[in-house]
Design a protein around this ligand. Structure first.
Ligand code: AMP
Length: 192
C-alpha cells in the first residue's frame, strides 16, 4: 500500500498530476476540493455549509473537512493506496490524517510538494476560470486570498511531514510530462 499527499498551492497542477498518478499506480484519488464541489452541486447540507468559505477563498472548518475525508477513506477498504489532493491543508488535518492512517494499519509514505511561483499561479488559475465554472477562479482578490491562506495555514504541513522525513519538493514548472516524471521518480524510490 502506498499513500501519497500531493501538495502545493492552488493552481500548481495537483489535479492534473493526480489523474495521471492514479492511472499509473492504481490508487484512489481523494480531492477534498472536488468533494466539496460535488456537495455544492447537489446542494446538500454539507455543500451549503462549505459554500460560504469556498466562495471567499477561505478554508472550510477542520471538523467538517476531516469528517468528510474520513468517510471517503472508509468507503474504500480494498484500496491499494490513496492520493490525497488538497488535504491536509492545516496541521490539525495532518494530525487527523496520521491517526486515520494508523487506524487503517498504514501510514502516509510521502508528501510531494509542487513549487510554482505566485504570478504563474495567478495566470494559470485565471485561465482555468474561463472554463472551470468555479467562481473562486474568477476574481483576482479571491485567488490572492487562497494563496495567502496557503502560505499561512497550509505550508506548515510541509514542515510537519519533513519532521517525519517524508516531504519532497518538486519543481512545478515545465511540461506536464516532465513534472510527472519528477513525481514518479520520487514515488518509485520509495519502492512500496
Ligand atoms: P481546491 O479544489 O483544492 O483548490 O479547493 C477549493 C476550495 O475548497 C478551497 O479554496 C477551500 O475553500 C476548500 N477546501 C478544499 N480542501 C480543503 C481542506 N482540506 N480544508 C479546508 N478547505 C478545503
Amino acid at each position: 500500500m502506498i499513500n501519497l499527499i500531493l501538495f502545493g498551492p492552488p493552481g500548481s497542477g495537483k489535479g492534473t498530476q493526480a489523474a495521471r498518478l492514479v492511472e499509473k499506480y492504481k490508487l484512489v484519488h481523494i480531492s477534498t476540493g472536488d468533494l466539496f464541489r460535488y456537495e455544492m452541486g447537489n446542494n446538500t447540507p454539507l455543500g451549503q455549509q462549505a459554500k460560504a468559505y469556498i466562495s471567499q477563498g477561505e478554508l472550510v472548518p477542520d471538523e467538517v473537512t476531516i469528517g468528510m475525508l474520513r468517510n471517503k477513506v472508509e468507503a474504500h477498504p480494498d484500496a491499494k493506496g490513496f492520493i490525497f489532493d488538497g488535504f491536509p491543508r492545516t496541521i490539525p488535518q495532518a494530525e487527523a490524517l496520521d491517526l486515520l492512517m494508523a487506524e487503517e494499519k498504514t501510514e502516509i509514505h510521502t508528501l510531494l510538494a509542487l513549487h510554482v511561483p505566485d504570478e504563474e499561479i495567478i495566470k494559470r488559475i485565471t485561465l482555468r476560470g474561463e472554463t472551470s465554472g468555479r467562481s473562486d477562479d474568477l476574481d483576482e482578490n479571491i485567488i490572492r486570498n487562497r494563496i495567502d491562506v496557503y502560505k499561512s495555514e497550509t505550508s506548515p504541513v510541509y514542515d510537519y511531514y519533513a519532521g517525519q522525513d517524508k516531504s519532497h519538493s518538486i519543481e512545478g514548472l515545465g511540461t506536464i510530462d516532465a513534472i510527472f516524471d519528477r513525481l514518479c521518480a520520487v514515488i518509485d524510490a520509495i519502492g512500496k
